[in-house]
Design a binder for this molecule. Structure first.
Ligand code: GLN
Length: 235
């Protein structure tokens, strides 16, 4: 195991809706609980993106900040370099759309994305708001995913990515799938925050950097999961 885990929280000044910063706290906590020192670099949109981080997190946001963040990330190039170095990326909603090839901007106009995932997003007929539950790709070895979604975007997956999960409640990508991944780059529509509701997913991201992790006491995470899944699956 390596000694020090470096998390990078990208653009908290532009992208951090619906508690997405909680994903950073969950990763820090679950690393430290296993004796792995973790530190987080908060990268504001006026700062350069460091290239030596291990896990990069991007949250959701409104349409205009999403476009600004995209422009800055494209110009900066640090995130591309980090991914080329093998870094993990976990991107939520606006963050998910903007690391793809193209998405719909505030007027529906196509906006060129950062290009880390082979996905294209457009505008759906109506806003998807509410609880999301999805059965993950069996290859990932995860239990049912739970989250909250609030987005206009619908996302089409290209051949370069695999769906993260199959939607059982809610909208997700809009075609029966939810999120996607390619290598160590993961995108999802799940807020909530996603990693507090899905600690096994948090551990999967951590394990890609530090290797297999011992179990920890997940009583409270599990209560939250059961409460949220019961609320949506009993409808
Ligand atoms: N602006 C994007 C959409 O509405 C993302 C919204 C979000 O991050 N919650 O699709």
């Amino acid at each position: 195991m390596q000694s020090d885990l470096c998390l990078v929280w990208i653009y908290p000044d532009l992208l951090s809706t619906y508690g997405d910063q909680g994903n950073v706290l969950v990763l820090e906590h679950r690393a430290r609980a296993r004796g792995i020192p973790a530190r987080t670099i908060h990268v504001r949109s006026s700062d350069p993106v460091p290239q030596q981080g291990h896990i990069y997190l991007i949250g959701g946001g409104e349409d205009r900040p999403q476009i600004l963040a995209t422009e800055r990330l494209r110009r900066d190039g640090g995130l591309h370099a980090a991914v080329a170095n093998g870094a993990v990326v976990f991107a939520v909603c606006a963050g998910y759309q903007l690391i793809g090839r193209v998405y719909a901007g505030d007027e529906g106009q196509p906006v060129e994305g950062v290009g880390l995932l082979d996905i294209s997003s457009g505008r759906g007929q109506r806003r998807a708001v509410g609880e999301l539950a999805a059965e993950p790709d069996p290859a990932l070895g995860l239990p049912t995913l739970t989250g909250f979604e609030n987005h206009m975007g619908v996302t089409t997956l290209g051949p370069g990515v695999r769906p993260l999960a199959r939607t059982v409640a809610g909208v997700g990508n809009g075609d029966g799938t939810e999120g996607c991944y390619a290598g160590r780059v993961v995108g999802t529509y799940m807020h909530g925050p996603a990693l507090a509701r899905n600690p096994a997913l948090a551990d999967l991201l951590l394990s890609w950097v530090v290797g297999a992790l011992p179990p920890m006491d997940d009583t409270w995470y599990e209560r939250l999961r059961q409460e949220r899944l019961a609320a949506v699956l009993s409808k």
